[in-house]
Design a protein around this ligand. Sequence first.
Ligand code: PMP
Length: 362
Amino acid sequence: MRTWEENVRKVIPYTPGDQPNRPKMIKLNTNENPYPPAPGVERALKEFRTDCLRLYPDPKASVLAEALSERYGVDQEQIFVGVGSDDVLALAFMTFFNSKKPILFPDITYSFYPVWAEEFRIPYEPQALDDDFRIIKEDYYRENGGVIFPNPNAPTSLAMGISDVEDIIRHNQDVVVIVDEAYVDFGAESALGLLERYDNLLIVQTFSKSRSMAGMRIGFAIGSPLLIRYLNDVKYSFNSYTMSHLALRLGTEAVKDEVYFQETVSKVIRTRENAKKRLSELGFCLLDSRTNFLFVTHPEYEAAKLYEALKAEDIYVRYFDVPKISQYLRITVGTDEQMEALYAFLERYEALQRKEKQVWTV
Ligand code: PMP
């Protein structure tokens, strides 16, 4: 090792899902929305004048914060906007998790949490889920340096009831509690209603899933004005101009079209509910997803093998080679057509497996 390398901040990075670019692929691996953004987004893009690009964007992201404050019925000073919720979450870790006591989050959850904790030297203690992959709220009723969990959780897809979410917050009023609501629009109850009772609650959401804008990179947090002020102080000591003119313009259009938003979310939910039925018929066991993805296992298939077989067909899903979930696949809900292609392949796969088994037993 060179001498200067001793001083390098060494991290084990987060591994994002593949972003292959194959013409006929069916991409069900990174929980993107299969439908385009609201029509107003495309219109705004066509009308976008590049002249403004000479100038720095508004560091306060005011137009977008204003649109969000109207949509969610909170004051503008309760909103923080960032480059995807990853940016918002990373800044929130840096800002609020600054204790010597460990922060708590589930052991099976968004795998970026331990990465940020390591990077920012935050002690952490993952809390095991129960045998049904549910968060055990009582495990969070003890001294800690902060709490974070997604609701619904990922990759399990399961949502916690709002009274259980409140129980966790109520037991943790001396630390900041972050509820990561990346998937909340697909069928869980948001913790927004709890904001007036808890000034230590930070809710983080994203445009990447329900608003079909993963490629634009927009996320936001809603919390008490005091929490948001602290978050802004850290942002302004790091990078003031995070949101580009274009992201602000297009993001604002997306928030304004509530009808399109509701329609798109309903379509995804309908396809997901149908997928639960179809995949069960194909012998899969699946958790009761409240997200835009399904977390599935099959008693007779090796998940890693099925993952490879799907990939060979240009159907991409997500496989996590980690303890407790190595027999599971995470499948994003696509269009009905994409899902039909998935079921058709799974039927062929079933027949193939049966044949293979016969060969072995003969
Ligand atoms: N939280 C959870 C639970 C997620 O699954 C994701 C998506 N990978 C994110 C946050 C981050 O999403 P984005 O940065 O696209 O907003």
